[in-house]
Design a protein around this ligand. Structure first.
Ligand code: MF3
Ligand code: CO
Ligand code: CO
Length: 287
C-alpha cells in the first residue's frame, strides 16, 4: 500500500485517515491560514486582485510549499478572488478601468470603496492539502454587506458545530441552511465542500443545505471542507464565458467562508484556524 492510500474507504468512498495524519493536515491548514492573515494589510481601495494573487504565490513559495490551484484543471493562479456578486472561482487580474463602468461587469480588477471579496487559497505541504477562504473589505464596509458577511461566517460555524462521529452530512447542511434562511438570505446549491487530504477534491460532496439524518454518517478520521456561499438575493448562479467565474444570476451580493476540518473522536479539529485571530474581517489581531 503506498502512502497516498493509507487508511480505509467507507462504502461512500470517503477516506478514513489515521491519527498520525492529523498533524500533516494541521501543518498545511496552518500555512494557508497564515497566508490569509498576512493578506489583510494588502487589501485596500485601488489594489488589484492580480497583485494580491502574486503576494499569495510569493508566500507559498517562500514557505517551501506548493499552490494546489496552479495547474489544477488549467487554472493558472495561486488563489481565487471573488468580488461582490462573484460567488466563487473569481480569477485574479490586473485590468484597471479609468472611467466609471457598469458595476456588474468584472472587467475592472482594482478594488473600489465598499467592495467585499473572498480570497480562497489552497496549499500543499508535505503532500497534504490546506484549503481555506475568508472575506475582506476594501474601504468602508456597508451595513448590508456586513450583515451578509456575519451571517455567512456564523453559518460556517453552525455547520462545524454539527461535526462529530454519528452525525450525518445532512445534519451539517441542515444547520447551515436553516441559519441562513432564518436571516432571509439564501445558500448557493451549485457548489459544495469536499473531502480532502492527500488529494484536493474527493468524496463526499459536502452540501450546505439538506435534511437532518440524511447522507453519509461522519466517522473519526474523515477530512473535508465546509465552505458555504450565501447570497443576499436568489441562490442561482451562472458561470461566465471564462469558464471559471461564478456569479449570482440576479447580481446580488455573495459571501463565502471556508475551513478544512477533521472529525475527531468527540467532535472536530479545524485545520485552518487563523493564528492571528483574523478570520473575520472586522476582528482585530488578538495578540
Ligand atoms: N479552493 C477551491 C475550493 O474551495 C477550489 C479552487 S479550484 C480553482 O475547493 F482551480 F479554481 F482554483
Ligand atoms: Co474547498
Ligand atoms: Co477553497
Amino acid at each position: 500500500m503506498n502512502e497516498q492510500h493509507r487508511g480505509r474507504l467507507t462504502r461512500d468512498g470517503i477516506r478514513i485517515h489515521e491519527s498520525a495524519d492529523f498533524s500533516g493536515m494541521h501543518k498545511a491548514g496552518r500555512l494557508a491560514a497564515e497566508i490569509l492573515d498576512r493578506l489583510a494589510d494588502h487589501v485596500f481601495v485601488g489594489q488589484t486582485t492580480g497583485e494580491l494573487d502574486r503576494i499569495i504565490e510569493a508566500h507559498v513559495s517562500e514557505a517551501g510549499a506548493k499552490s494546489a490551484t496552479i495547474g489544477y484543471k488549467g487554472y493558472q493562479h495561486a488563489s481565487c478572488i471573488s468580488v461582490n456578486h462573484v460567488v466563487c472561482h473569481g480569477i485574479p487580474g490586473d485590468k484597471i478601468r479609468k472611467w466609471k463602468n457598469d458595476i456588474h461587469r468584472r472587467d475592472d480588477d482594482a478594488l473600489k470603496d465598499g467592495d467585499i471579496l473572498n480570497i480562497d487559497v489552497t496549499v500543499i505541504v508535505d503532500g497534504w492539502y490546506g484549503d481555506t477562504s475568508r472575506m475582506y473589505v476594501a474601504g468602508k464596509l456597508k451595513p448590508y454587506a456586513e450583515k451578509l458577511i456575519q451571517v455567512t461566517h456564523d453559518s460556517l460555524f453552525k455547520g462545524i458545530e454539527a461535526v462529530k462521529p454519528g452525525n450525518t452530512f445532512g445534519d451539517i447542511g441542515h444547520a447551515i441552511q436553516t441559519f441562513v434562511e432564518g436571516h432571509r438570505m439564501n445558500v448557493v446549491r451549485d457548489f459544495c465542500g469536499h473531502g480532502l487530504g492527500r488529494v484536493f477534491h474527493s468524496p463526499p460532496n459536502v452540501l450546505h443545505y439538506g435534511r437532518p439524518g440524511t447522507g453519509p454518517v461522519l466517522e473519526e478520521g474523515m477530512f473535508f471542507t465546509i465552505e458555504p456561499m450565501v447570497n443576499l438575493g436568489r441562490p442561482e448562479t451562472k458561470v461566465l464565458s471564462d469558464d471559471w467565474t461564478a456569479v449570482t444570476r440576479d447580481k446580488s451580493l455573495s459571501a463565502q467562508f471556508e475551513h478544512s476540518i477533521g472529525v475527531t473522536a468527540d467532535g472536530f479539529e479545524i485545520f485552518t484556524l487563523s493564528p492571528a485571530g483574523r478570520f473575520h474581517p472586522t476582528w482585530r489581531e488578538s495578540a
